[in-house]
Ligand binder design. Structure first.
Ligand code: UT7
Length: 323
């Protein structure tokens, strides 16, 4: 018997305010056509004034718990992937813990920028298979609208706010690739590339700072590294592209998603795409896409899913799971 971390529920939350590309035309030398053609993004959601990452995360967490038929008090551990926690400390995860009425478990944030949810899933899996927790709430939540330079057209049109969550629960499997749950993970980072995508503030500067990105360079790394990590994760369980029902990629740019799918050998009709509606929501993008994919009937029980993501660090990785 092999211990597996199986998805019991999924949910998401998007702030009410929708910002369409055309809104940027009033203040920036940009256009709906450019943004759509170069990134695939048509609209994104922005949090309301005073609405924080832990607020978004709490809504998504409650939706995932409802979907799983569980209460906050049923959870052993909460892992929140975010680069935009409300405060430097305590973790946004502890805020969610209080908001969902969990008093006996433990909660912490994971910071791997856009790869954060993949990192959080891998860590939740490790907690479950090692017996340190049985039910783990894994959340990705971001308010990137708070770290934008609104004069930089090459970045501020790309990002959005949102949150998604899954509830994982331990179950006994047979140990083969037919099991439900997380089957393989692959995590990587390379700090030599830290200057390609970063926020120019923080504790060191005593201000929050804004996002800086060398888009073309990040694009180049993304196309190369995402297909590689997905292949590595699939190889670990002896599976190939033909076995994949759905690729659920980080939603940064439709051109990256298409190039990676092509390199992987998976047709676009087996890729969940939400970038047009959400923009790049960093660590929230994969759980948002999973939740949307389930809600619209694409992802079904038993489907083999590959998630892959890359972001600041650079940090990247993939998770193979059977839904
Ligand atoms: O989630 C973390 C990972 N992040 C990513 O994966 C993002 C990766 N990078 C990208 O998605 C793309 O590189 C971008 C969407 C950021 C940019 O697309 P690109 O095709 O690489 O464009 P570019 O940076 O080469 O810029 C082409 C031109 C430039 O003008 P010149 O130098 O050719 O005159 C830019 O100044 O487009 C210009 N440009 C814009 N024009 C209109 C840049 N931003 C804009 C804009 N509107 N918003």
């Amino acid at each position: 018997m092999t211990r597996r971390a199986v998805v019991k529920g999924v949910g998401h939350y998007l702030p009410a305010r929708i910002v369409r590309n055309a809104e940027f035309e009033a203040t920036l030398d940009t256009s709906d056509e450019w943004i759509k053609a170069r990134s695939g993004i048509e609209r994104r959601h922005f949090a309301a004034e005073g609405e924080t990452t832990s607020d978004l995360a709490t809504h998504a967490a409650k939706a995932a718990l409802d979907h799983a038929g569980l209460a906050g008090s049923d959870i052993d551990a909460i892992i929140l992937a975010t680069s935009t926690a409300d405060n430097t400390f305590p973790s946004a995860a502890t805020m969610v813990q209080a908001n969902i009425g969990n008093e006996h478990g433990y909660a912490f944030d994971v910071q791997a920028v856009c790869a954060g949810f993949v990192y959080a899933l891998a860590n939740a899996n490790a907690l479950i298979v090692s017996g340190q927790a049985n039910r783990v709430l894994v959340i990705g939540a971001e308010t990137f609208s708070r770290i934008m330079d609104w004069t930089d057209r090459s970045t501020c049109v790309l990002f959005g706010d949102g949150a998604g969550a899954v509830v994982l629960e331990g179950a006994d499997g047979t140990g083969d690739a037919g099991d439900r749950g997380i089957l393989a993970t692959d995590l990587n980072s390379d700090g030599r590339f830290r200057d390609l995508l970063y926020v120019d503030g923080g504790v060191a500067t005593q201000n929050t700072g804004v996002l800086r990105m060398q888009g073309k360079e990040v694009f180049r790394h993304a196309v190369e590294k995402l297909a590689q990590t997905a292949h590595t994760a699939l190889d670990k369980v002896g599976l190939g592209a033909d076995d994949v029902d759905w690729v659920v990629p980080h939603q940064a740019n439709i051109r990256i998603i298409q190039s990676t799918a092509k390199k992987l050998g998976v047709d676009m009709d087996r890729v969940v795409v939400t970038v047009q509606d959400h923009g790049n929501t960093s660590a929230a993008s994969i759980p948002l896409a999973l939740s949307v994919g389930v809600a619209n009937g694409q992802i079904k029980r038993g489907d083999l899913i590959v998630t892959e993501a890359i972001g600041g660090g650079l940090a990247w990785g993939a998770v193979v799971l059977r839904w």
